[in-house]
Design a protein around this ligand. Sequence first.
Ligand SMILES: *Cc1c(COP(=O)(O)O)cnc(C)c1O
Length: 430
Amino acid sequence: MKYYSTSNRKLEVGLREAVIQGLAPDGGLFMPEQIPVLPDSFFASLPQLSFQEIGYEVAYLFLKGDVPDAALHRMVNHTLQFDAPPVHVHDQIHSLELFHGPTLAFKDFGARFLSGLLGYFAQQQDREITILVATSGDTGSAVANGFYNVPGTRVVVLYPSGKVSEIQEKQFTTLGGNITALEIDGTFDDCQRLVKQAFGDTELKQKLFLTSANSINIARLLPQSFYYFRAFAQLKTPYKQVVFSVPSGNFGNLTAGLLAKQMGLPIHQMIAATNSNDIVPNYLESGIFSPRASQATISNAMDVGNPSNFVRMQQLYQDDYERLTVDVKGCRFSDDQTREAMQKVYRNHRYLMDPHGAIGYLGLQNYLSEESVGVFLETAHPAKFKEVVEESVNDTIELPDRLHEFMSREKRSIQMNAGFELLKDFLMEF
Ligand SMILES: *Cc1c(COP(=O)(O)O)cnc(C)c1O
């Protein structure tokens, strides 16, 4: 399979290049040249397939020819070490819990698949791959945990000192092994600038095989389609119309759902649910895409003013606005509505949602009929947003064991100022 740049259909590369480059040289995002469709036999056997079997069948269509079977099985099994169950909340509403991975958010799926693939490429060329990543919190923890102990890879996480939450910091500073944390005396923007400078430095690029684990990497998107199939397999209501509501920021999750739909999964409706950063819902209503500075909300992982995967959504529909707006409906909710939803669902149904999942839940309200079953993506464990959730539901919530474990370990980081020379010296000796 070839992957083309969304900025130039003629710029095509193979899987390896698409994954190692992350972003196309012309600034575009990589897209598969065609969307393969799964055979009827796959859908007939779907309810009997394990999560790993589903993941393998889906990934195979994109990766065959580039990755041998045994390696593909390894990658998928490494990715899907935990389930994504649709949990019944009330009436015909289900929560697709995507937070059962090591860092308690759906980004674990993408990070783990990417690490498996880069680990494979490293092996192929007998050269260690160094992943440089700047983080304001969540990306660093998902990437560090995804690559932890993956042979042939090592990760350097740059993060702004004192500007990430303690839980997040513990998740990438306590692993050790092939994970190194650099605590930068500066802001997230400084960290990002340093990473960019490193990628632009000829000496460094000669010495190290550098790559990023950016969220727009196509290898992070593909595995996010696995759990839409898994949800169908587990719902056991094939006669009903299935509606997915996706709390969205950069729209990777939603795009992965559209991919699943185009691969043949009979999704009846996709809902693009946002907080007040409603650039895509506005587009779906008006046809005008107008990015703007992001606003801070309590669902902060979705505070995005210029959603990066929007261009992929358009490409999947060949820029056909009419067709896109049939398949995807948009809606947005305020912080007050989000808090109220968390509170009501907890009070009436004893189900705890995080602020992002709560927006997904709200998104279902206007789009369910007698015929349909609604599934909202619960993208993070509520304990990750302990303060706002506890305040909304007026109760205390427990940290899951794996968070406790992180919290009890000792932080190890290397402190550095925000100048490039220090970072370069460090990496040259690395
Ligand atoms: C990243 C993130 C989102 C947004 O997902 P996109 O794929 O960027 O739309 C939603 N919820 C949580 C908890 C996240 O970490």
